[in-house]
Write a protein that binds this ligand. Structure first.
Ligand code: XMP
Length: 317
C-alpha cells in the first residue's frame, strides 16, 4: 500500500544515491508540484540544490514577493530574478495565444539558462513533473492535434546536458499534496489552485500591456480574496479573472464611462480535463462585482462565465 511517509523515505534515499555530492539546479514556479519536488530534493542534498524563481511580470498580485519569502523560510537556496521588462518587451503587440505561450516558454528557458550558467558544476536539473504532465504532454503534443502547448513540461534544450531529477514523476496531484503535507509544506502551497505557466498573459485577451496586467491583478485579488473570505475557495478547483479586449459604456456618478470588462471564472473539476462552472451564490457574485467595479480603476463591467469544459476550456486562451 502506498503511503506518503514511505514514499518520502524511499524518494529521499533514491535522490541521495542518484545525485551524490553533485549539484542540482531547479526552477520554482510557486505551484504545488515544483515546491514539493524542491523540498524532497532539499531533504536529500540540502544546500547543493540551487533554485531559481523568475518574476515574468505575469504572476498574481504580490505573488512573487510572498512566495519568494516562503521559499526562504523553508530554507531553500533560492534566487529571485526580476525579468518583467524582458517579458513585457517581447510580448508587446502579440495577440495570438499560442504565440504568447511560445514567447513565454522561450524567454523562461533563456532566463533560466542564464542563471544556471552562473552556477558552477551543475550536474542535474530538478523538475516537478507529475504523472498527468507526462501523459498530457504526449497527447497534447502528439501528431493528432495541438490543443494548447503547455510550455512547462520537458522542453529544455539538449545543450543543457544534465541528468534529470523528477521525484514526482509517477504521482497524481492528490498524492503530491499528501506528500507535501507529510514533509510539512505550508497550506499556502498545498491548498493553492492550479495556475497556468504563462500566467496572466493568457487571461488578458489580445495584446498585453503592464497597465492591463496591473488592472487584472487587482481584479483577480478581489475575486480570490472574496472566495477565501467566504469559504468558497476550497470548494472550487480553480478560479481566475479574464480581461476582455472590450470596452463598454457605463455610468459613474453623472459621468459616462467607457471602460473594460472582466470575466470571472470558477470551475469545479477533479483533474482539469473536464470541468463544470461553479454554481456560486448570486449574492456572493453580486458582492464581488461591486467590489471590483468600485476598487479597480478601468473596469466598469463584470460578467460570470457559465461555460463548462468541454466544449469551453478553463482558460480563455
Ligand atoms: P484548459 O484551459 O486547457 O486548462 O482547460 C486546463 C488546465 O491547464 C492549465 N493550463 C496551463 N498550464 N501552461 C500550464 O502550465 C499552459 O500553457 C496552460 N494552459 C492551461 C489551466 O490553468 C487549467 O488548470
Amino acid at each position: 500500500e502506498w503511503t506518503p511517509a514511505a514514499f518520502v523515505q524511499e524518494t529521499v534515499s533514491r535522490i541521495k544515491a542518484q545525485v551524490g555530492d553533485k549539484k542540482v539546479v531547479m526552477a520554482l514556479s510557486g505551484g504545488v508540484d515544483s515546491t514539493v519536488a524542491a523540498e524532497l530534493i532539499h531533504k536529500a542534498i540540502g544546500g547543493n540544490l540551487y533554485c531559481v524563481f523568475v518574476d515574468n511580470g505575469l504572476l498574481r498580485k504580490n505573488e512573487f514577493e510572498t512566495v519568494l519569502d516562503s521559499y526562504k523560510h523553508m530554507g531553500l537556496n533560492v534566487k529571485g530574478v526580476n525579468a518583467k521588462d524582458l517579458f513585457y518587451g517581447q510580448l508587446s503587440g502579440v495577440k495570438d495565444p499560442e504565440e504568447k505561450r511560445k514567447i513565454i516558454g522561450r524567454l523562461f528557458i533563456e532566463v533560466f539558462q542564464q542563471e544556471s550558467a552562473e552556477l558552477k558544476d551543475i550536474a542535474f536539473l530538478g523538475q516537478g513533473t507529475i504523472y498527468p504532465d507526462v501523459i498530457e504532454s504526449v497527447s497534447v503534443n502528439g501528431p493528432s492535434a495541438t490543443i494548447k502547448s503547455h510550455h512547462n513540461v520537458g522542453g529544455l534544450p539538449e545543450k543543457m546536458k544534465m541528468g534529470l531529477v523528477e521525484p514526482l514523476r509517477f504521482l497524481f496531484k492528490d498524492e503530491v499534496r499528501r506528500v507535501g503535507k507529510e514533509i510539512g509544506i505550508s497550506d499556502i502551497f498545498l491548498a493553492r489552485h492550479p495556475f497556468p505557466g504563462p500566467g496572466l498573459a493568457i487571461r488578458i485577451l489580445g495584446d498585453i500591456t503592464p497597465e492591463k496586467v496591473t488592472m487584472l491583478q487587482e481584479a483577480d485579488a478581489v475575486w480570490i480574496d472574496n472566495l477565501k473570505e467566504s469559504g468558497l475557495y476550497n470548494q472550487v478547483w480553480q478560479a481566475g479573472t479574464i480581461l476582455l479586449p472590450v470596452q463598454s459604456v457605463g455610468v459613474m456618478g453623472d459621468e459616462r464611462t467607457y471602460e473594460f470588462t472582466v470575466a470571472l471564472r470558477a470551475v469545479t473539476s477533479t483533474d482539469g480535463m473536464t470541468a463544470d462552472w461553479a454554481h456560486l451564490p448570486y449574492e456572493f457574485l453580486a458582492k464581488v462585482s461591486n467590489d471590483i467595479i468600485n476598487k479597480v480603476k478601468g473596469i466598469n463591467r463584470v460578467v460570470y462565465d457559465i461555460s463548462s469544459k468541454p466544449p469551453a476550456t478553463i482558460e480563455w486562451e
